[in-house]
Write a protein that binds this ligand. Structure first.
Ligand code: ADP
Ligand code: MG
Length: 263
């Protein structure tokens, strides 16, 4: 674990020596329905501190709902979800505080369109974490530098490329000093030439020891940064394995069928 940004995003070497800590995100028998649709079925999942978990699976299998449930953008019908031992409250200021511990980056960049890049990154820490303007800006500039968009701070989101906007979204989430970062298909809306700049920022974050749950079909990222791959289908965790094992020798028919379609 060197903290160095990845020089070559196509290299296959896994990040192998990251020491995993205590359980940080724990889901126990989580169930969720949308009407008749049983979208999360008895999900048991533990993500340890410092672990990078990649979640993969066909469209409609419940991956986004899983992410959204973890930071309470969705309620669950039964089961428990804890982050660092705490259950997220249903609503109110306590929810905002605890939600700040779970950073989320979506497929669509979700930046505030009418705010500058700098304001996008300082707003949350000032409101929720109570940082002064000066401290929030100092932190924001560091984070923007870290994801390679330090020179864009004064611009409006629409003036940036998709890849730059997504890196701002990562900086904005990091500004809340989350304990875990969730990424829901962060590169699937990007033009192909911008995918690697975002994945490289994510690999660097993984190497720095951030706990991450990443929904992605980017195998290169999974091979390089993931400790574990979870394959979901029809609201269930069908298979979990180390990335190399999953991609080269998937055990389930569902996973084999899915991989044959995306490879
Ligand atoms: P994935 O991210 O794996 O593609 P989702 O979690 O987005 O899957 O969706 C799982 C299933 O739940 C899909 O069939 C989807 O249509 C359905 N779904 C998601 N959100 C809602 C909602 N708010 N209301 C009703 N059905 C939903
Ligand atoms: Mg989704």
């Amino acid at each position: 674990t060197t903290g160095q940004p990845a020089a070559d995003s196509t290299a296959d070497a896994p990040t192998s020596d990251r020491a995993l800590g205590a359980p940080l995100v724990e889901l126990s028998r989580v169930n969720k329905h949308f009407g008749a649709l049983h979208v999360l079925q008895d999900i048991d999942l533990t993500v340890r501190k410092g672990e990078v978990l990649v979640v993969i699976g066909p469209s409609g299998s419940g991956k986004s709902t899983l992410c959204r449930a973890i930071n309470r953008l969705e309620t669950i019908d039964d089961g428990t979800i804890t982050v660092d031992g705490k259950t997220l409250p249903e609503e109110g200021k306590a929810l905002a505080q605890l939600r700040a511990e779970v950073g989320m980056v979506f497929q669509s960049f979700n930046l505030f369109a009418h705010k500058t890049v700098l304001d996008n990154v300082t707003l949350g820490p000032r409101k929720v974490r109570g940082l002064s303007k000066k401290d929030a800006e100092e932190q924001a500039r560091k984070l923007l530098d870290r994801v390679g968009v330090g020179n864009q701070a004064g611009k409006m989101p629409a003036q940036l490329s998709g890849g730059q906007q997504q890196r701002v979204a990562i900086a904005r989430a990091l500004a809340m000093q989350p304990k875990v970062m969730l990424f829901d298909e962060p590169t699937s809306a990007l033009d192909p030439e911008m995918v690697n700049e975002v994945l490289d920022a994510m690999v660097a974050l993984a190497q720095e020891g951030m706990t991450m749950i990443v929904v992605t079909h980017e195998m290169g990222f999974a091979r390089k940064a993931a400790d574990r791959v979870v394959f979901m289908a029809d609201g269930q965790i069908v298979e979990e394995a180390a990335p190399e094992e999953f991609f080269t020798a998937p055990k389930s028919e569902r996973a084999r069928d899915f991989l044959s379609k995306i490879l």
